[in-house]
Design a protein around this ligand. Structure first.
Ligand SMILES: [Cu+2]
Length: 142
């Protein structure tokens, strides 16, 4: 009887796990592991339907998608300064994110939605030198 109940409980857990989308938090920081003006972590992988929440740990940052660096059909996003936006990502692919005032200083991050490889043209567009270097480090093994 106990084993049967345990099995049903485990099955319910698995079902609810599959149905429940995850939320991943990304901090906006003046200084982090990769240097000054960073999103941390700089790379996150989620599944379609999951949400990324940007936390204003330090002030004067925002989170915005970069034109030309989101999958076709995906919706662009653009948070206000100090706004803790939550972005639900339904379209698989790679998303480049910037902090608008600190883009030139390399305040960028990468979100991979789903399990596909990085598109070959993800870093093909024009980018500030510091932003390109951070992106290249974030996706070095992708
Ligand atoms: Cu910033």
């Amino acid at each position: 009887m106990f084993i049967r109940k345990a099995a049903i409980f485990a099955a319910c857990l698995m079902l609810s796990g599959a149905a429940q989308a995850a939320t991943v938090e990304v901090q906006m920081l003046n200084r982090g592991e990769a240097g000054s003006m960073v999103f941390e972590p700089g790379f996150v992988q989620v599944q379609p339907g999951d949400t990324v929440k940007f936390i204003a740990t330090d002030k004067s940052h925002n989170a915005a998608s970069i034109d030309g660096m989101i999958p076709e059909g995906a919706e662009a996003f653009n948070g206000r300064i100090d706004e803790e936006i939550e972005v639900t990502l339904d379209i698989p692919g790679y998303y480049g994110v910037k902090c608008t005032p600190h883009f030139a200083m390399g305040m960028v991050m990468t979100i991979a939605v789903g399990d596909a490889d990085m598109p070959a043209d993800f870093l093909a567009g024009r980018l500030p030198k510091n932003a390109r270097e951070r992106f290249e480090a974030q996706v070095a093994d992708k």
